[in-house]
Design a protein around this ligand. Structure first.
Ligand code: FEO
Length: 168
């Protein structure tokens, strides 16, 4: 059985993951508008991953006899100065989500909830990958600078990313 505090925090995380999906979907729209379909594809994979994360929390709450309660999803930003600015916003957002996961782990320890602590290990590891993949894109974009040809080559590259549900 989840404590009230833990249940509330896990429900808040469902909302945070759904917001992440929504934010990345806004970025899909931004990149589509810039005719960068590869970047849009890459972000759409992010969007799908976030929905997967939200559902993983959703299922877990129910499995532990908790009640999932869905709250309104905040409106995301939908315009950025440049592809780099959008990717940097995604990078910053992932660092924020990592902080939230760490806070959840701290709460699970405080509540002596070993099952939730164990469940959260998956997310601790997942966040390492999440931060790494967006960092890579940001670093490549910074290297390109204002080199337009490089941007289109990178767009072709990012078009190949496909969503494969992460191993659980
Ligand atoms: Fe669900 Fe990208 O963190």
């Amino acid at each position: 059985m989840l404590s009230d505090k833990m249940e509330k925090a896990l429900n808040d995380q469902v909302n945070a993951e759904m917001f992440s999906a929504y934010l990345y979907l806004a970025m899909v729209a931004y990149f589509q508008d810039k005719n960068l379909s590869g970047f849009a594809n890459w972000m759409n994979v992010q969007n799908q991953e976030e929905t997967f994360h939200a559902m993983k929390f959703f299922r877990y709450i129910a499995e532990r006899g908790g009640r999932v309660s869905l709250e309104a999803i905040e409106k995301p930003q939908f315009e950025w100065e440049s592809p780099l600015a959008a990717m940097e916003a995604a990078q910053k957002h992932e660092a924020y989500i990592t902080g939230r996961i760490n806070d959840l782990v701290n709460l699970a320890i405080k509540e002596k909830d070993h099952a939730t602590n164990s469940f959260l290990r998956w997310f601790v590891d997942e966040q390492v990958e999440e931060e790494d993949s967006v960092n890579e894109v940001v670093q490549k974009l910074r290297l390109l600078g204002s080199h337009g040809g490089g941007l289109f080559m990178m767009d072709r590259d990012l078009a190949t990313r496909v969503f494969t549900p992460p191993a659980e």
